[in-house]
Design a protein around this ligand. Structure first.
Ligand code: 5GP
Length: 139
């Protein structure tokens, strides 16, 4: 598939669509997933327009994992979750629904099931509050 520069995450990168931002640097951006699978579910994306890990430059991949590590630590600090799940889907067959490379950072607690993927939109006020807390916890 050819990269679609009008996918929702590309629009967020360009500031054409809103997001609850938690972090930004020259190469990456992190914001709340609006249909979280657990409270604190955050997405980390590259500013580079690439559909999947297979299309991303090595420099983009390095920046993405570096920011993902930073955000995973901040999400853990804020949610106090004992586990952090990182997920990264490549291609529709793998379940990818937004075709701009991203990592999911999802807090996990054993015995607490994840909500279904990209199904239920969260309360925006709660997302805004969480985004501010996670942003403040980024080191
Ligand atoms: P994928 O299925 O591609 O791995 O994950 C895409 C994720 O993006 C899903 O978890 C979905 O909830 C989230 N998502 C879809 N549309 C939007 C949006 O407009 N804004 C935000 N912040 N997240 C979105």
């Amino acid at each position: 598939m050819t990269y679609d520069p009008n996918n929702i995450f590309a629009k967020i990168v360009r500031g054409e669509a809103p997001c609850f931002k938690v972090y930004e640097d020259a190469h990456t951006l992190a914001f709340m997933d609006i249909m979280p699978q657990a409270e604190g579910h955050t997405l980390v994306i590259t500013k580079e327009g690439a559909e999947s890990i297979l299309d991303l430059s090595p420099e983009g991949a390095a920046a993405l994992i570096k920011t993902t590590q930073k955000i995973a630590a901040a999400v853990k600090r804020v949610t106090n979750a004992p586990g952090i799940l990182l997920a990264q889907l490549n291609g529709a067959a793998a379940g990818q629904t937004v075709f701009h490379i991203h990592f999911h950072v999802i807090p996990r607690t054993s015995g607490l099931d994840l909500k279904l993927h990209a199904r239920e939109t969260a309360n925006f006020e709660q997302l805004k509050t969480l985004a501010a807390k996670i942003a403040a916890a980024v080191k």
